[in-house]
Design a protein around this ligand. Structure first.
Ligand SMILES: Cc1ncc(COP(=O)(O)O)c(C=O)c1O
Length: 461
């Protein structure tokens, strides 16, 4: 038992008096431990899990500082390391250093985004940052948004608002249209919304992975013949497996003609729209009713960091406002717990704000451009005779050996993933259109051309 700590009155919580020396010592030690873990990444590899980590549960008496630090070290040693240059499997880049600081400050503040009175400065910060993003994307003065813990929840906030806005809140005939390459979380959204899987209408994609407009029009007509009520169409701005972008301009025109809510799932590509990087479709995103952006996925804002931006804030208010009878309100300030699904919520906006302030628009652009550059370098140098390549304008590439039989893709990708991890490269193997692929996500700023050359040497061998 940690006698020295137990006898110290300030042990459990920060002291409101004095200097908090103990806390400062612990924070310094934790920073040291974390930074050592970062700098040992090269030696340990991206995924060093060796099953030595023991999940030890709380005992009768509290454990000592030494015990806890040794467990923290074991936990780190057995964790996925996004800082390693070979971490190229998923949309989980290294953490921005000012975002790490933001997480620390948010944890210490322990404010609650449920209500203004529990987070006065942070409520204003989230509101202002959502407005700033909305304006950057081309929305007007009525726009704004709400943060949520991840892209799935931001999309769900949007879909519930869309359905409510269409007056279809309890209608079992209400349907959602997404492309067949849209993220799997839309299946979850439909279930959560109390709808059947047939209420999720999947539109075929073309050979570039973009929603096929002819199929979209046919599906819309079919829905109207079958008396199905469409509450939204989702255009994906960056599909998960190949980074494709649906034809946003055309879809937005269809939505306008037919008075259908357009939601853009920009979990992967949305952030590109605040830069001058020329990517087709981005300059039309202000035609949408709502857009999800997920800065955790590419610029290194620490998880979770996701925003739903809407062209008209009243749609969120009308959908989610129930009144908070136990909370005081302030005129002209919305309690953030009344404009989205989540109630109590941490001050995640701090790490987004600090990360963005630290980078500036040039820094953001630099990170995004560098990811595209790495993708281009990879595609330029991978053997085109050997592999079929599936990619788009963003930083994701899926590939598979030419003429590989459907039945062999499972074994081939599994063998390859194992072989690569033994050489300190972590790639993913998404299942896509019935086949397994290898996927590389070039969002890791620490990955240099020399690493990509080494990866290609292993793949081309
Ligand atoms: C296109 C797309 N949308 C939504 C999501 C879900 O985001 P999250 O995992 O943050 O909930 C993902 C996750 O990768 C995604 O790729």
């Amino acid at each position: 038992m940690a006698e020295d700590l137990i006898n110290n009155k300030d042990i459990y919580f920060p002291s409101y008096l004095g200097t908090n020396d103990k806390l400062i010592t612990l924070l310094n030690r934790a920073s040291q431990t974390l930074c050592e873990w970062f700098s040992k990444a090269d030696k340990n590899g991206p995924l060093p899990f060796d099953e030595s980590f023991k999940c030890i549960m709380p005992a009768e008496d509290g454990n000592s500082e030494e015990d806890l630090f040794s467990e923290i070290e074991s936990l780190l040693k057995n964790s996925f390391n996004p800082v390693h240059p070979g971490s190229l499997a998923h949309l989980d880049p290294p953490p921005l250093i000012f975002s790490i600081l933001g997480d620390l400050i948010a944890a210490g503040l322990n404010n609650n985004l449920l209500a203004y009175e529990l987070s006065p400065s942070v409520t204003l910060l989230e509101e202002s940052l959502c407005k700033w993003f909305s304006k950057k994307l081309g929305f007007n003065d009525f726009s704004g948004g709400i943060a949520a813990s991840g892209g799935t929840l931001s999309n769900l906030n949007a879909l519930i608002a869309a359905r409510n806005n269409a007056g279809l809140g309890t209608n079992p005939n209400s349907v959602l249209l997404v492309s067949e390459d849209a993220h799997s979380s839309f299946v979850k959204c439909i279930r959560i919304m109390g709808l059947d899987s047939t209420n999720l209408v999947r539109i075929k994609t073309d050979n570039q992975g973009r929603m096929d407009l002819d199929y979209l029009r046919k599906s819309l007509d079919k829905c109207s013949i079958e008396n199905k009520k469409i509450f939204a169409i989702v255009a994906t701005l960056g599909t998960t497996v190949r980074g494709a972008i649906d034809p946003i301009k055309e879809i937005s025109e269809i939505c306008k003609q037919r008075k259908i809510w357009l939601h853009i799932d920009g979990s992967i590509g949305g952030i590109f729209a605040i830069t001058s990087i020329p990517i087709e479709g981005l300059n039309n995103i202000n035609k949408a009713n709502s857009i999800t952006i997920n800065p955790q996925k590419i610029i290194g804002i620490t998880k979770t960091s996701s925003l739903l931006l809407v062209s008209n804030m009243s749609t969120l208010e009308n959908t989610f406002n129930t009144g908070l009878p136990y909370i005081s309100s302030k005129e002209n300030i919305l309690n953030r717990g009344e404009i989205g699904i989540q109630g109590s919520r941490p001050a995640e906006v701090i790490k987004l704000w600090l990360g963005l302030r630290f980078l500036g628009l040039n820094g953001i652009e630099n990170i995004l451009k560098s990811s595209i550059k790495r993708k281009d370098f990879f595609i330029k140098n991978i053997s085109k005779n050997k592999f079929d390549i599936y990619s788009g304008p963003l930083h994701i590439v899926s590939f598979l050996p030419k003429k590989l039989e459907l039945k062999d893709s499972d074994a081939w990708t599994q063998t390859k993933v194992n072989e690569l991890i033994n050489n300190n490269f972590m790639l993913s193997r998404p299942k896509f259109k019935g086949k397994y692929f290898l996927r590389v996500v070039m969002g890791n700023y620490n990955t240099k051309e020399s690493h990509i050359e080494e990866l290609l040497r292993l793949l081309n061998a």
